[in-house]
Ligand binder design. Structure first.
Ligand code: OXD
Ligand code: MN
Length: 601
């Protein structure tokens, strides 16, 4: 199998950045004893190390070098066709009791799970190299920063983590040699990339993650979903901060007034596009900048929420990315990028469905087979990805490295809903906003294996990522609200509402600036709104739609509340709450009753 490349032997000065911390060394020895690798490679994050690992990966076919003129210093990786997305059904939260994991997580007993994983890992790295990757999540000097170590037998993971985190010496330095320092233990092995032996297991009480049997990013870049969200959310509750599946963007008016907003949309619902939004010509002088595109860590300071992006790069969905949908992303991925599961053109470039220009006459598809426009299969997998440093983003926010974070004026929830949910509305207050987040739903996407297009409740876009009981998570949101004297306003958006003809009513992408502008107006106390049963809705003239080619009926449809649809929606909220058993809080039930009362005839 192409992923299971044999050991590599670096020259002196590469792969020998052994940490000074004894607790780390002991843990690495323990894992090495179990997995029995040929050798241990201690990563330092240097350029020399990168060059060496890339050269070896190309030699061993783990990476394919792309045309230097078309996409400089960029590579294509093909994962096993059975391993192309997150596997929620094989993802476990192994708290001491089932109740602590709650009704939305797969729970497994920690002792038994460790024993099972140990058996799978026994001798798993024989004849191979074991990499030890130290990394920091968050700006190095942030009070929110966390240190993690990932042990892996995949060079693709090392090279990806080098992009996605602050990796190497910087983390070793920050950790120092305090044996009691807090750090996350992550172990990953490809094993034989067999779905039968694929488990992504979290042990929040031990700050430990073990992932086996996969090479796909969301399952194996342990810094991201596993540490920054599942373990992160568990730590956040214990330590009174928030770990959320949210992008963070800055929006600056021509007069230089700046706000930051954080937005929680489920996987593959446009977080990266929104975070990199380019305002349409009508919004001359307005600027949107990116702090993060997937994860926000937030803490309370002076009665406000401040956010940092714990990541250092973007792991984004490729298909559909174009100069029209997201030209900042196109510029970001034009160089120094690792592509996974896109198509390879005959001149060594990459191609995917939705890329600018027509399809190539011939390409090699994501599985490595010949492809032409007549093929019935997609050339790029719908969940094919780019891994690119955030430094590549021309719209990167200047305060992205600020340890204290950026102050959040608004939180936005949103899902992919063909009907029912208006383009935008504002919660009456924090607790009502928590209800909006807790009941949000979205049509499923290719980011996880399973059916696509099915409406499922995805509270705060955290359904697959909350590392503990969801009822306690809702309570944590309410508790945080009580501590904020200047809380962010909370909004809900839906870019995906469709008309009777099945077509999207809203143009989306850059035009979402019009919605963002209303949100900013509301934060500044200047935007108009009408009170409705679901929250504050913009009136017909409150959204700036100048120079937008949109039918008035479409705008009415986008903002309307259909009573029948909402009766169904409110019933679905109750059904969802019922499915959670006893965990739903009185406060949220009260919010539901108020909402229902608003729709009484
Ligand atoms: C992601 C996801 O990869 O949410 O960000 O699946
Ligand atoms: Mn995500």
């Amino acid at each position: 199998m192409k992923n299971l490349a044999p050991a590599i032997f670096p020259p002196k000065g590469i792969g020998d950045a052994k940490p000074a911390n004894k607790a780390v060394l002991d843990w690495v020895q323990e894992i090495a004893k179990l997995t029995q690798p040929e050798n241990i490679f201690w990563c330092d994050g240097s350029e020399r190390e990168k060059d060496f690992l890339i050269a070896e990966s190309v030699k061993q076919n783990v990476l394919i070098e792309l045309n230097e003129k078309k996409v400089p210093r960029s590579y294509l990786h093909r994962s096993s066709p059975n391993d192309v997305a997150r596997v929620e059904q094989f993802t476990f939260v192994c708290t001491r009791t089932k109740e602590e994991a709650g009704p939305t997580n797969n729970w497994a007993e920690p002792g038994e799970t460790y024993a099972k994983l140990q058996e799978l890992l026994r001798g798993a790295m024989r004849g191979r190299t074991m990499f030890v990757i130290p990394y920091i999540m968050g700006p190095a000097d942030s009070p929110l920063a966390k240190i993690g170590f990932e042990i892996t037998d995949s060079k693709y993971v090392v090279l990806s983590l080098r992009i996605m985190t602050r990796m190497g010496q910087i983390a070793l330095k920050r950790l120092g040699n305090d044996p009691d320092a807090e750090w996350n233990r992550g172990v990953h092995s490809l094993l034989d990339v067999n779905p039968e032996r694929r488990f992504i297991c979290h042990f929040p009480q031990d700050n430990t993650i073990i992932s086996v049997g996969s090479g796909y990013g969301g399952n194996v870049l342990l810094s991201k979903k596993c540490l920054a969200l599942r373990i992160g959310s568990y730590l956040a509750r214990k330590q009174n901060w928030m770990a959320e599946h949210m992008l963070i963007l800055g929006v600056e008016s021509p007069e230089g007034h700046k706000h930051y907003v954080a937005a929680a949309f489920p996987s593959a619902c446009g977080k990266t596009n929104f975070a990199m939004l380019i305002p349409p010509a009508h919004f001359k002088g307005w600027k949107v900048t990116t702090v993060g595109d997937d994860i926000a860590w937030m803490r309370i300071r002076d009665g406000r929420l401040y956010a940092v992006n714990p990541e250092n790069g973007y792991f984004g969905v490729v298909p559909g990315t174009s100069n029209k949908s997201n030209s900042n992303a196109m510029r970001s991925i034009a160089h120094d990028t690792i592509y996974t599961n896109v198509a390879l053109t005959d001149d060594g470039d990459v191609w995917w469905e939705g890329k600018d220009g027509g399809p190539p006459a011939h390409a090699i598809d994501w599985r490595g087979n010949d492809w032409t426009p007549q093929s019935t299969e997609k050339a790029a997998h719908p969940n094919s990805r780019f891994t690119t440093p955030m430094r590549n983003n021309p719209a990167l926010d200047p305060d992205v490295e600020k340890g204290e974070g950026v102050p959040i004026s608004a939180i936005i929830f949103g899902g992919r809903r063909s009907d029912t949910v208006p383009l935008v509305y504002q919660a009456f207050d924090w607790n009502h906003g928590v209800y909006l987040g807790a009941t949000m739903a979205s049509e499923t996407t290719a980011a996880a294996t399973g059916a696509v297009g099915r409406v499922r409740r995805d509270p705060m876009a955290m359904l697959p990522f909350c590392g503990y009981d969801i009822g306690d998570y809702f309570q944590h949101w309410l508790d945080i609200g009580k501590q904020l004297t200047n809380p962010p306003l909370i909004f809900n958006v839906n870019w995906f509402r469709k008309g009777a003809d099945g077509k999207f009513l809203w143009p989306g992408f850059g035009e979402n600036m019009r919605v963002l502008k209303w949100i900013i107006d509301r934060c500044e106390g200047s935007g108009g709104a009408l009170k409705s049963p679901v929250g504050w809705l913009p009136g017909p003239h409150d959204l700036d739609l100048a120079e937008l080619d949109i039918d008035h009926n479409a705008v009415d449809e986008l903002l309307c509340l259909d009573h029948e649809e909402w009766q169904k929606e409110i019933a679905a909220h109750q059904e969802f709450f019922d499915s959670l058993g006893g965990v739903v809080l009185q406060e949220l039930q009260k919010q539901r009753e108020q909402l229902a009362a608003g729709f009484q005839p």
